[in-house]
Design a protein around this ligand. Structure first.
Ligand SMILES: [Mn+2]
Length: 465
């Protein structure tokens, strides 16, 4: 199979099933309440894991489709190293979505009354979570003033039979649409598409300023697949959903209505967050009133268990593209590779592989780091290494930091800069110190720092690794 056959979640699962070690399936019964997430964590989050028998539900649940960089690369028809370069190409060659008249996601239509909590096996991740969460719900809405469309993944907690809370990190585009609608006293129609071609999820995770307000991220998914994403009109609201989604929740974000995120449990917690700790429950969240649920025949619920490599890939790979694009446009050819390291959840730490070509490139590596901070405002630490360092191997990066770096002259502090809201170590006023660790060799000294080079040979046929 090749990636040309991937048009939705189920074709992606078929693709993964054809590659050893990428998809595991269990038929043992598992409870969506705290157990499913725990089993996935216990599995080591290696292969994607399909739970076929979720207690009390007819719908299976799949976790971890994008939980390894290698698998993500395979699904995009790319490689671990090429991923940000190929995504940048998609960003430069976008393809707009099209609307289709009939869609697989509407093979089954469920109208009120219903109870979401009995319909969809959304996992509760830990015993202290605020409730069952839809974590891979791609929310799509239109700007009530300009008509521009946006897609983003937001955490959605089931609060009642037809009620979801929706959490927006401040500044997110659909929250701006919601605020505009609220000022007009109107609800904001939304579709929530679940279980998608992984290219759609990856493209939806681009952030400003790379994709400004009014930029439809689905055009990047179309660029990645060289084929437009198909949309369909919702059956109950003025919104559009992903036509080949497994499940679609239709609804409206109500104006002037708020709910406490942990209103059902009062634990003070929401769910595990990407930086590794339990998230605080938000005191007041907007509310989605669900107007219909549509799905394919035999649908599959896709979910993500965090904090995990899956978060890192979803957030980090688009971050790499933002950095790559900015550095490429000002200093073409200098940046050989970029990795948004998982220790920063794909947001806080970037490793830049720099290829100095002449004495004139000396110092451009630090300019590249400054450019990276501008391209992605949440970025906190940048480690600069040479082209002979494997940026995906933390041992190799620490080797460069140990033998090619002097703390007093190769560290650049940029104190008092506004930092990421979710960085636990930021100052009380929200500022942070951005730091550049320049572990590159001065151009003039490159010969002296040459790594040992061994001959390129094949292994003896009786040596098994
Ligand atoms: Mn956007």
């Amino acid at each position: 199979m090749d990636t040309g056959s991937i048009i939705d979640l189920r074709s992606a699962l078929e693709f993964l099933a054809s590659i050893p070690g990428q998809l595991a399936t269990t038929r043992q019964p598992v409870d969506a309440h705290a157990e499913l997430a725990a089993v996935y964590r216990r599995s080591g989050a290696g292969p994607a894991l399909l739970f076929e028998n979720v207690t009390g539900f007819a719908i299976p649940v799949v976790v971890g489709i994008l939980a390894s960089r290698e698998r993500t690369a395979l699904l995009m028809g790319s490689t671990i190293e090429r991923l940000p370069f190929d995504l940048l190409d998609a960003l430069n060659h976008t393809c707009a979505p099209v609307t289709v008249a009939t869609a697989p996601c509407q093979e089954v239509v469920i109208r009120p009354p219903f109870d979401l909590r009995r319909l969809i096996p959304a996992p509760t991740h830990t015993l202290r979570d605020a409730g069952p969460y839809i974590t891979m719900g791609l929310v799509r809405a239109r700007d009530p003033e300009t008509g521009a469309s946006d897609v983003t993944i937001h955490r959605l907690c089931m609060q009642g039979p037809d009620t979801l809370s929706i959490y927006f990190v401040p500044g997110r585009h659909i929250d701006q649409f919601r605020a505009k609608a609220e000022r007009l006293g109107r609800p904001l129609p939304v579709s929530i598409s679940i279980g998608l071609d992984p290219a759609i999820y990856l493209a939806s995770c681009f952030e400003s300023p790379t994709v400004p307000l009014g930029f439809d991220e689905l055009t990047v998914a179309g660029g990645l697949r060289h084929r437009p994403v198909e949309l369909v009109d919702c059956v109950s609201v003025a919104a559009q959903a992903i036509a080949r989604a497994e499940i679609v929740i239709e609804g409206e974000i109500l104006p002037g209505v708020r709910i406490r995120e942990d209103s059902q449990t009062l634990t003070g917690y929401s769910m595990p967050e990407f930086a590794g700790s339990m998230g605080a429950a938000q005191p007041e969240l907007p509310v989605v009133r669900v107007t219909a649920v549509t799905h394919r025949r035999s649908p599959i619920l896709q979910t993500i268990v965090g904090p995990s490599e899956e978060h890192t890939n979803l957030v980090g790979i688009p971050t790499e593209v933002s950095i790559l694009r900015a550095v490429e446009s000002s200093m073409p050819g200098l940046l050989r590779g970029v990795y948004s390291h998982s220790s920063g959840g794909g947001k806080f730490l970037a490793i830049l592989q720099i290829g100095k070509r002449s004495p004139a490139d000396e110092g451009r590596q630090r300019q590249a780091a400054l450019t990276a901070f501008a391209a992605f405002p949440d970025l906190k630490h940048v480690i600069l290494v040479d082209e002979d360092v494997n940026i995906f191997d933390s041992n190799d990066v620490l080797w460069a930091m140990t033998v090619r770096y002097q703390g007093d002259v190769d560290t650049v502090f940029i104190p008092g800069v506004r930092g990421a809201a979710l960085d636990p170590s930021r100052q009380p006023d929200g500022t942070t110190c951005k730091t550049i660790f320049d572990c590159t060799v001065p151009f003039q000294l490159k010969e002296r720092f040459r790594r040992a080079e061994f001959m390129d040979v094949d292994l003896p046929s009786d040596v098994r690794l």
